[in-house]
Design a protein around this ligand. Structure first.
Ligand code: 13P
Ligand code: SF4
Length: 327
């Protein structure tokens, strides 16, 4: 008897996942930050908007969401008659934790006429108090669709909010001071260092990054010496797919590098993370082993109380109606 290597062990678990997925007619939706062992067995890998759109489209009786809790909750809200499973109950999100329903109720009292625009990185209870949800790939378009004279309360990510305000020029938009612990620490100095170390490389920057507004400002003034785009994770995948011959520095969670490498093929050295320490530990709690257990035991089912789900579905559906599928 010989011992299996870690890779052999993972491959064996993946075979079992694929077998059970077929047997139970389950559909696996994963986020771009998930571990390679998850991305390789998922039916769909994408950004938060793509995940919600895919959940709504599927007719499978069981949907397994490999991502953080709010992503599974969004699928459960959209699919009240289906079994929605998360392989890890405690896959949280620091950004979603940065505003509570009580805080939002208080804020709304101060601006009773305002339209509430909530990033999907929020709990179901917070979504239930919102008028629209947005993701990083449609926030600009959705804010533009709201009549100019309406005040907007944008929550909870301040960097995405400031980025949207900068792009739309919207001045009557109030921004909640929340942040994601992975992206907030990215500074303009990180971009400057990476530009010096990687001459000619294109910077792809997630709008949650602490530097996104500064970068945009410098770009608009023609003072940024490197090509730079601010994009959602799905936007980054599309950009690299359409421009496979460039060198890139990627300013978001490092899990996306595996996804991007798949798009660009052999030469992985053309893709560099801005910072190796951009790791979302919540995303990484989901492993092939836990996914297998989730399929075997059909655990952990994500249930949103019907009265909350009904209200939270309204801003999500409004967002989906205003978003077109992106290729
Ligand atoms: P995307 O919608 O761009 O994938 O972002 C989700 C997220 O949690 C980023 O940290
Ligand atoms: Fe939440 Fe940040 Fe992790 Fe994205 S990277 S899931 S915003 S904690």
């Amino acid at each position: 008897m010989y011992a299996l290597s870690k890779n052999d062990e993972i491959r064996e678990i993946q075979r079992e996942i694929l077998r059970l997925k077929r047997e139970k007619s389950a559909y696996i939706i994963a986020h771009n930050y998930q571990l390679p062992e998850i991305q390789d067995v998922a039916d769909y890998v994408g950004d938060s908007l793509g995940m919600a759109m895919e959940a709504k489209k599927t007719d499978h009786p069981m949907v397994v969401v490999c991502g953080v809790h709010f992503m599974a909750e969004t699928a459960a809200i959209l699919l009240p008659d289906r079994k929605v499973i998360t392989p890890e109950r405690y896959a949280g999100c620091s950004l979603a934790e940065s505003i509570t329903p009580e805080q939002l109720k208080e804020w709304k009292k101060q601006h009773p006429e305002a339209v509430v625009v909530a990033y999907v990185n929020t709990t179901a209870e917070v979504k239930a108090l919102a008028d629209y949800t947005v993701t990083s790939s449609n926030a600009v378009d959705i804010v533009r669709s709201i009549p100019e004279d309406k005040e907007i309360l944008f929550l909870p990510d301040m960097f995405l909010g400031m980025y949207v305000r900068e792009v739309t020029g919207r001045r009557n938009m109030y921004i909640w001071p929340g942040e994601c612990h992975v992206h907030a620490r990215v500074s303009p100095q990180d971009i400057a260092r990476a530009a010096l170390e990687n001459p000619g490389a294109t910077m792809l920057v997630h709008p949650e990054c602490g530097c996104s507004t500064n970068c945009l400002y410098l770009k608009a003034r023609g003072e940024l010496s490197v090509p730079m785009e601010v994009l959602s994770t799905g936007g980054m995948v599309r950009y690299v797919k359409n421009n496979p011959d460039r060198d890139y520095v990627i300013a978001t969670e490092v899990g996306i590098l595996y996804r991007l490498q798949k798009e660009i093929g052999s030469d992985a050295s053309r893709l560099k993370p801005l910072r190796e320490d951009m790791v979302c530990e919540y995303m990484k709690t989901i492993t092939a082993e836990k996914l297998l257990k989730a399929l075997e035991k059909e655990q952990y089912e994500v249930k949103v109380p019907p009265e909350i789900a009904e209200r939270a579905r309204v801003p999500i559906e409004r967002m989906l109606a205003l978003s077109s599928p992106k290729r």
